[in-house]
Design a protein around this ligand. Structure first.
Ligand code: PEP
Ligand code: MG
Length: 601
């Protein structure tokens, strides 16, 4: 086989897709240095203003479309771009350059945009990445309009089915995609736990990320076959390759039928162990699927979407409305609201966060909330108010010290008192739990368990911080392995610490949605798992197939293994008598098995 036709990346959202490529080139048009005659200067300024107006119109149109298709919060992704495109200071500086140097509108615009880009990139701040992405989007659109090459449109506007190929997919772009037309996604950057991948998984679009060289290798219109499990991409597939893909599809269909047949069945192992399966909800549009797939509540309600891509923080009322909406949908089941996990690259555009050399080891998450009570207090109030009507819980991310929990309890008590004084209906307190997602939290888990009502293991971050592997780094994707013995041992000790205090311990990281790793967790003794809504059926299926006793033995053997491969083997051997491993392999791969992506130097 001609290897040139085969690309590899990480399978991040399961499913096979075959369609022509729609290549989104985030390359900027080549702008020639062009001067104009002094008498043409006014004309250039008018051209600039007209181009900006047309781009803003276009963005407003996109925002409306997304508002109709996805919802208010998602549509706000465009607000930051619209504000940026209309920035008067910036436009005045471009006009000044046109006048002073007799430059064409596109030459001057590009010059100023590059100046800003250099300024922001030079800071090394991840916080500015979001803004750089917005800047790129505007720069590209304005230049295309000015140069008359505005033919390229965003993927979700195409009429035919296609596979979108891009350098990097932001969660913002991914959420806009039209599932009827976009049947698959490929990007050069990204991993299974990047937020765009999580969104693609939630939307059920097969996707391969971390596929270096994809943009160069895939010409627009090329027929592409992608497998969102194995991460394999085949260009211009032969009839034989299409046949193989069809066999895969047939097997998958069989699996789907099996999954459908368990949809209404309880999640109980053949020997009677009851497992509670809950949903992770990142976006409002996931609520329905979680309910349809039988989620027994929400084990992780991420709240960052209320912030990312926006220019300001959401108000107490807006948060309350969202919490009520979710809690109402799942009542009387519980909803675990995770407080803002801001930081890293998740800050509202207008937020004045410091620039840091290592943002993921920096001022983020619970640290931001505790240092800036003006952010935290409205969220606490909204949760207390929702708790007056529904069984909502509060979960604290990135805890590393016991005093962070104590301080949160103080703030909750203060806000409860203030709501009571103001006569606003609100609960006097709310069950507060901790995400165990740092090695520090694991080490002091016995103490944290004394001040927490529950634990939930964030295996994505726990793996990242334990193995010192950036969860978003495609180059390291095959080292990102929650089945690594170093993580598996911690999973065992977290549960022991929680059980010693009699508190509930669950897992809400992506590993819980991997059937083999779910077997490991169940075998270790976890009785509650929370996963992305599409994974709920698969989990119910595996729970009903493999007896608890077999899970327990498999976990025991996994604990004896010295390598992540050994852990995986122990689990495969353990489940083999009960499930067809070929069907199991159709499910999402173990994180870390990236099919050996060849990586960008
Ligand atoms: C985790 O870290 O495992 C987790 C569930 O939280 P997030 O993916 O939002 O960081
Ligand atoms: Mg986390």
């Amino acid at each position: 086989m001609n290897e040139q036709r085969v690309l590899r990346g990480s399978g991040v959202s399961p499913g096979v897709a075959c369609a022509p490529a729609m290549v989104i080139q985030w390359r900027f048009p080549d702008v020639p240095d062009r001067s104009v005659q002094p008498e043409e200067v006014d004309g250039e300024i008018s051209r600039l203003r007209a181009a900006i107006a047309s781009v803003v119109d276009h963005l407003l149109h996109l925002r409306d479309r997304v508002l109709q298709r996805a919802g208010l919060e998602e549509s706000r992704i465009f607000d930051a771009q619209i504000l940026m495109a209309q920035d008067e200071d910036f436009l005045a500086s471009v006009e000044h350059l046109i006048r002073e140097n007799n430059l064409s509108a596109e030459t001057a615009f590009e010059f100023k945009a590059l100046e800003i880009r250099a300024l922001w990139s030079g800071t090394g701040s991840l916080r500015l990445r979001e803004r750089l992405t917005d800047l790129s989007a505007i720069q590209m659109r304005v230049l295309r309009v000015l140069m008359g090459t505005d033919e390229e449109e965003l993927a979700f506007q195409v009429g035919e089915q296609c596979i979108v190929v891009a350098h990097e997919l932001s969660p913002g772009l991914t959420v806009q995609l039209d599932r009827d037309h976009v049947v698959g996604l490929i990007s050069e950057e990204g991993t299974r736990t990047s937020h765009a991948a999580i969104v693609a998984h939630s939307l059920g679009i097969p996707a391969v990320m971390g596929a270096p060289g994809a943009l160069e290798a895939i010409a627009p219109g090329t027929l592409v076959l992608l497998d969102g499990q194995s991460g394999r991409i085949v260009l211009d597939p032969t009839p034989h390759e299409l046949d193989l893909a069809r066999t895969q599809v047939t097997r998958r269909h069989k699996l789907e039928l099996e999954l459908e047949s368990v949809a209404q069945q309880p999640a109980v192992t053949p020997d009677g162990r009851v497992i509670t399966l809950m949903g992770n909800v990142d976006l409002p549009e996931e609520i329905d699927l979680a309910l349809r797939n039988g989620a027994e509540g929400v084990g992780l309600l991420r709240t960052e979407f209320l912030v990312t891509g926006r220019t300001e923080l959401p108000s107490e009322e807006e948060q309350l409305e969202y919490f009520r909406r979710v809690a109402h949908a799942f009542a009387p089941r519980p909803v675990v609201i995770r407080t803002f996990d801001l930081g890293g690259d998740k800050f509202p555009a207008a937020f004045d966060a410091p620039q840091e050399a290592n943002p993921f080891l920096g001022w983020r998450s619970i640290r931001v909330c505790l240092d800036q009570p003006d952010i935290f207090r409205p969220q606490i109030r909204a949760i207390l108010r929702a708790a007056a009507e529904y069984p909502v819980h509060m979960m604290l991310p990135l805890i590393t010290r016991v005093e962070e929990v104590h301080r949160t309890h103080e703030l909750i008590a203060e806000e409860a008192a203030s709501l009571r004084r103001a006569g606003v209906p609100a609960a006097a307190s709310v069950p507060v739990g901790v995400m165990v997602e740092t090695p520090a939290a694991v080490i002091v888990a016995d103490r944290l368990a004394k001040v927490s009502r529950f634990f939930s293991v964030g295996s994505n971050d726990l793996t990242q911080y334990t193995l010192v592997v950036d969860r978003g780094n495609a180059r390291l994707a095959n080292r990102f392995a929650p089945q690594d013995p170093a993580v598996v041992r911690q999973l065992q000790s977290i549960l022991a610490a929680g059980e010693a205090e009699g508190i509930e311990v669950s897992v809400c990281g992506e590993m819980a949605s991997e059937p083999l790793l779910a077997v490991l967790l169940i075998g270790l003794g976890y009785r509650r798992l929370s996963v992305a809504p599409p994974a709920l059926l698969l989990l119910r299926w595996i729970v009903r197939k493999v007896p608890f006793e077999a899970c327990r033995v498999a976990a025991e053997n996994a604990l004896l293994a010295e390598t992540s491969h050994g852990v995986e083997e122990a689990l495969r051997q353990g489940v083999k008598p009960f499930v067809d491993l070929r069907l199991l392999d159709l499910a999402a791969p173990l994180p870390g098995r990236t099919s050996g992506a060849s990586l960008v130097p």
